[in-house]
Design a protein around this ligand. Structure first.
Ligand code: GAL
Length: 681
């Protein structure tokens, strides 16, 4: 369902037009002379652009000095865009403080764990906890909101930009003060903090709050719970900034939706987005492809995870690239077809907007080699033609706007706190990669043609017949109860290595691993057996494990062993187990099997739930299927994951995008996306 607030983005500011998928980019007119602006609007119309994000890095231009304001140029840009029928997602412009501010107040600059100041000259050089920065930023927000509150082009507010992209961890004195306040609120007393942090260890007991510091560069591993709390605190500090800006925007324009662009992609893990999502009116995300063997699986995984963060509701793709970026070691151009396929894959996973960084490729600055909708070559280019073609495709998909994700049989639980906790230092291995393990399960399911939803902790687990929880390291008592109830009530739970080991304070559950889930799984592990880089062990189902093994004892005959280790120190012992419980089951996979191994194991894990692919056999692995559902119908997206043409028989429905052959099979050209509409039932 489209909320009233979202509909403003989809219908445009006048609210009359039918909802449709939004299309656009970051627009930085201040980088160009005035005469380019009119051409910009004309080309935007040609490309089918409906919305642009303006002013993201305009602070220095809008406020050239402490008490001088220059809104004339922005007034003109807003008017031009409105006259061209283009809505504006207006930035609060606080992402990059101007030189006059950092010169007058160097105490707003972030400081690293080593005590080095991050100087101005790039962007996002501010401390989330600086009262001085906050005051100046909020003053700017108030000025901008007051000026444009009634402007007809305004469709949404864009708070800052990618909060935490460069400044998530700040170890300054401001951060130390704010960290102490945060800890007082969390623990109440020093005794409680000393207990939670386990400060009996290494003579770390605190007798005064003022003694507590952020985990700055230390002689050895800083206290693990201190590190974990600093991660929690740092995410909260940025969220606090988001909320502070949002409060002003809501006060001045209660009817205009507020968003901020998340960065669910690659290794970005500092911001606990599931915890932030409730603070904004709609979720937005930025995503950039990192070329590699799983690159498009990763894109699908990230988009799917954003949908989970948005609780299945539509979200906005606020940035991605038309072609190459400028910040990888080698910046590869996209191949023909990638631009549309990458964009539509986000739509397949719930995006109601497709936007790029940026509209016109910069001629100067650090991002001049970053692609855009209008490249250096100009509008007479294959790239711009592909951009306009995508605009037409998105128009054809108008009925999809506002539809939600239809729950898949399989859920994959993505738990931010376990991500943080499992990868901390001083652990059995430093090679563990939480996101990669989750991505491998997702890739294996894609290879089998089985639809899966990434879900975050707190979601309704009962929607999924099978729930995979990779490396669910941190399991507080409440979560252990929820998982037990899930399995007893008929769910089939799959847990992997290094799960259920610690509570919310990062204290080990004693009595044998995985303490929090030992009874549910019907196993007991006395010792972990991490493997060296390059080392692997064989299982008797012919899969191979890397990274990790466990010395498992099964509790009793009610725990089945699905696979044993065939080699390594645990040869002959269980490697994969399953225990029936209530109407469901709980399985444990004690090693890292990788995509191929999981692909071979998964059918046995899915079988008790009766889950298999919804695709015909010839399309499994080559086609990704997603389903969105709304008042206008059920929408099936079939995405060709390969560079070959794939035919999919037996899929009825109205073709909104794509084609059928004479026999009625859907024809998916290389990297093509087909969209079907079926009646909503
Ligand atoms: C994002 C950022 C944009 C632009 C883009 C380049 O992180 O929000 O402003 O820098 O990356 O890929």
């Amino acid at each position: 369902m489209i909320s009233t607030l979202q509909s403003r983005m989809l219908r445009g500011a006048d609210g009359d037009a039918a909802p449709r998928l939004a299309y656009g980019a970051d627009y930085n007119p201040e980088q160009w002379p005035r005469d380019v602006w009119e051409e910009d609007v004309r080309l935007m119309q040609e490309a089918g652009v409906t919305v642009v994000s303006v002013g993201i890095f305009s602070w220095a231009r809008i406020q050239p000095g402490p008490d001088t304001w220059d809104f004339g140029w922005l007034d003109e840009v807003m008017d031009l865009l409105h006259a061209g029928g283009i809505g504006v997602d207006l930035a609060t412009a606080t992402a990059s403080p101007p030189p006059w501010l950092t010169t007058a107040h160097p105490e707003i600059l972030p400081v690293t764990a080593n005590g080095e100041t991050l100087w101005p000259g790039a962007r996002q050089h501010w401390r989330p906890t600086s009262p001085v920065f906050r005051e100046h930023a909020l003053r700017l927000v108030r000025e901008i909101a007051g000026r444009y509150k009634d402007h007809p082009a305004l469709v949404a507010w864009h708070v800052s930009n990618e909060l935490g992209c460069h400044n998530v961890y700040d170890y300054s004195d401001d951060a130390a003060r704010a960290f102490r306040l945060w800890l007082r609120a969390r623990y109440g007393t020093l005794d409680a903090l000393n207990h939670a942090w386990g400060t009996a260890f290494w003579s770390q007991r605190y007798s005064d709050w003022e003694q507590i510091l952020p985990p700055r560069l230390a002689a050895s591993h800083p206290n693990p719970t201190q590190q974990l709390d600093f991660k929690r605190f740092s995410s909260d500090a940025l969220k606090d900034h988001l909320v502070a800006e949002r409060e002003i925007l809501r006060e001045i324009t209660p009817g205009v939706p507020v968003t901020t662009n998340f960065m669910v992609m690659g290794g970005t893990k500092g911001m606990n987005y599931p915890d932030w999502a409730g603070e904004i009116d709609f979720v937005s995300n930025d995503h950039y492809v990192h070329p590699g063997p799983q690159d498009r699986d990763e894109l699908s995984f990230s988009a799917n995870l954003v949908s989970g963060i948005a609780s299945g509701r539509p979200w906005f793709l606020m940035e991605h690239s038309t072609s190459a970026v400028n910040w990888q070691s080698v910046n590869v151009a996209k191949r023909p077809g990638d631009l549309a396929r990458d964009s539509l894959l986000h739509v397949a996973h719930g995006a109601d907007a497709v936007c790029f960084f940026q509209w016109r490729q910069s001629a100067a600055g650090a991002e001049k080699y970053h692609s855009a909708m209008v490249p250096h070559a100009g509008a007479d280019s294959d790239l711009f033609r592909a951009v306009a073609d995508l605009g037409a495709k998105l128009k054809a998909l108008a009925p999809v706007a506002g539809s939600e994700r239809e729950a898949a049989a399989v859920g994959i639980l993505y738990d931010w706190e376990s991500w943080w906790a499992s990868e901390q230092d001083s652990h059995p291995t430093s090679l563990l990669d939480y996101r990669q393990e989750a991505l491998d399960w997702y890739s294996a399911l894609l290879a089998l043609g089985v639809r899966a939803d990434l879900v975050t902790t707190g979601a309704d687990l009962s929607r999924h017949q099978v729930l995979v929880a990779p490396v669910l390291h941190m399991v507080p008592a409440g979560l252990a109860k929820d998982l037990t109830r899930y399995a007893e009530q008929g769910g089939h739970l799959v847990i992997t290595y290094f799960s259920g080991v610690v509570d919310e304070n990062d204290h080990v559950w004693l009595g044998g691993y995985p303490g929090a889930l030992r009874d549910l799984l019907g196993i007991r592990i006395e010792e972990f057996g991490p493997l060296l880089a390059g080392e692997s062990v064989e299982l008797d189902d012919s899969t191979r494990g890397t990274l990790w093994t466990d010395r498992i004892t099964v509790a009793d005959g009610a725990t089945d062993v699905l696979a044993h280790y065939r080699s390594g120190v645990h040869a002959g012992r269980p490697a994969v187990t399953r225990r029936s419980t209530g109407d469901g089951s709980a399985s444990y996979v004690s090693t890292r099997l990788g995509v191929d191994g999981l692909r071979s194991l998964l059918p046995r894990l899915l079988e008790p739930a009766g889950v298999s692919s919804e695709l015909p056999s010839q399309a499994r692995g080559s086609v990704e299927l997603t389903v969105r559902r709304g008042p206008e119908g059920r929408f099936l997206f079939l995405v060709n994951r390969t560079d070959e043409t794939v035919r999919v028989p037996g899929f009825d429905g109205e073709v909104l995008l794509g084609a059928r052959d004479a026999e009625g099979s859907l024809v998916l050209g290389p990297r093509e996306v087909v969209v079907l509409r079926r009646p909503a039932v």
